[in-house]
Ligand binder design. Structure first.
Ligand SMILES: Nc1ncnc2c1ncn2[C@@H]1O[C@H](COP(=O)(O)OP(=O)(O)O)[C@@H](O)[C@H]1O
Ligand SMILES: CC(=O)OP(=O)(O)O
Ligand SMILES: [Mg+2]
Length: 429
């Protein structure tokens, strides 16, 4: 639902119709999740980020907008935002208060993260009615993500119809995956009739991190083979050969592959049939189980890797005779075991691997996950230097020893910068 004009007035922002000025260099990046919007204003002229923020708990009793101007104190608003439209209108008002509203002549475009672009969108795309209709058609393939992305685009268009809106798709980087890796081994006619195939997600991150890793090695991305492990709330692995993605762990939807915060990742498809036939669960109940009550949270009650490590470290002193710690350890072990299987598989897919890059919340911050993932894989040329791995840094860096055959790296992802850069390139020709 988009907000009515009077509601928008109430939130303090009005719609305008102002096109970008002659030297517009800023891009507003919007990353709309199922119940949140993250945003960053990025100036492509100098790489500065004049503002950033997040709206959380959209649609709940009370939402939180945290706006962080580059020069100034963070501002917090606690208020109910019924939907992404209301949230975005409030974000526009905060930006306007900084003199950087959606009518600013310095704004070149808005870059939207759109999760599912199907097979059609292989590159960033300026949004028009026809593009919106196609993204709408893909909603059944990403029911948690695409509706929020659509609301974000529609609201931004209403706030300033003259501003270019650019959709940057999570799936785009994966459209290079060869047919034999994208196909599920099911009846071809049925699969094609319903667009059932592996699409892959987090592509913006995999693209950015694989390129950044090549740069870290001082090499051309076209000459380098990289395995990227994007370990956030959602998690996925990809195999990138010479800058092109050839395999990834997510599939038709962002449910396949690695163990995630709340999602199961891979399982025998018959588990679903069994839960339906034997446990009497309908599809919506199974959907909810696999997406929201599985993964780390399903295994141990926590989806945050920091909390899981804290429980493991507490050991017998957890107040429950070690039971809390054992469950946390099991969740950790299942998580790492799945990662190791993918890592080994992608070595086989690529043949030669120049680097393995860890990224996103867990990959960038958990030395324990990195160490456990690579432990004992010297036979594959993989090794970690404990001192380098323990270092705390926000910079891209190697954590393998100097002599290692394959580099192991920690490379902070920057999906916002990648979206801004792609959107800016597109609108500037
Ligand atoms: N210091 C840390 N140690 C271990 N895990 C961390 C740390 N900081 C963040 N994380 C993990 O990162 C996850 C979030 O990753 P992030 O990439 O921000 O996710 P998303 O963008 O998918 O919301 C958290 O759930 C948490 O488990
Ligand atoms: C596609 C996907 O899983 O995204 P996220 O990690 O933001 O949930
Ligand atoms: Mg993320």
């Amino acid at each position: 639902m988009t907000p009515q004009p009077e509601e928008r007035q109430q939130s303090g922002s009005t719609s305008t119709d102002r096109a970008p000025g002659p030297d517009a260099t800023r891009v507003l990046v919007l990353n709309s999740g199922s119940s949140s919007v993250k945003y960053q204003l990025i100036d492509m002229a100098d790489g500065s980020r004049p503002a950033a923020g997040i709206v959380e708990r959209i649609g709940e009793e009370s939402s939180l907008l945290r706006h962080v101007p580059q020069d100034g104190e963070p501002r917090e608003t606690v208020r109910r935002f019924a939907d992404h439209g209301e949230a975005l209108s409030a974000v526009a008002a905060e930006l306007a208060a900084d003199g950087a509203g959606l009518d600013s002549p310095r704004l070149a475009a808005i870059g939207h993260r759109v999760v599912h672009g199907g097979q059609r969108f292989t590159a960033p795309t300026v949004v028009d009615d026809e593009v919106l209709a196609e993204v709408e058609r893909l909603v059944p393939l990403a029911p948690l993500h695409n509706p929020a992305n659509l609301t974000g685009i529609r609201t931004a268009r209403e706030l300033n119809p003259a501003l270019p809106q650019v959709a940057v798709f999570d799936t785009a980087f994966h459209t290079s995956i060869p047919e034999h890796a994208a196909r599920y081994a099911i009846d071809v006619e049925t699969a094609d009739a319903h667009r059932v195939r592996r699409y892959g997600f987090h592509g913006t991150s995999h693209a950015y991190v694989s390129r950044r890793t090549a740069r870290l090695l001082g090499r051309d991305p076209a000459d380098v083979n990289v395995i990227v492990l994007h370990l956030g709330n959602g998690a996925s692995a990809s195999a990138v050969a010479g800058g092109r993605c050839v395999e990834t762990s997510m599939g038709l939807t962002p449910l396949e592959g690695l163990v995630m915060g709340t999602r199961s990742g891979d399982l025998d498809p018959a588990v679903i049939l069994h839960l339906h036939r034997v446990a009497g669960m309908d599809v919506d109940a199974v959907d909810e189980l696999l997406n929201k009550r599985s993964g780390l949270v399903g295994l141990c009650g926590d989806n945050d890797m920091r909390e899981i490590r804290r429980r493991i470290d507490a050991g017998e002193d957890d107040g429950h005779g070690g039971a809390d710690a054992r469950r946390a350890q099991l969740a950790f072990d299942v998580y790492v075991h799945r990662l190791r299987k993918y890592l080994g598989a992608y070595v086989a897919v690529l043949g030669r691997v120049d680097a393995v890059a860890f990224t996103a919340g867990v990959g960038e911050n958990s030395a324990e996950v990195r160490a456990a993932t690579v432990a004992g894989l010297e036979v594959l040329g993989l090794e970690i230097c404990p001192e380098r791995n323990a270092e705390r840094s926000r910079e891209a860096r190697l954590v393998s020893p100097e002599y290692a055959r394959t580099a192991v790296a920690v490379v902070p992802t920057d999906e916002e910068l990648e979206i801004a850069a792609q959107a800016y390139r597109l609108v500037n020709g």
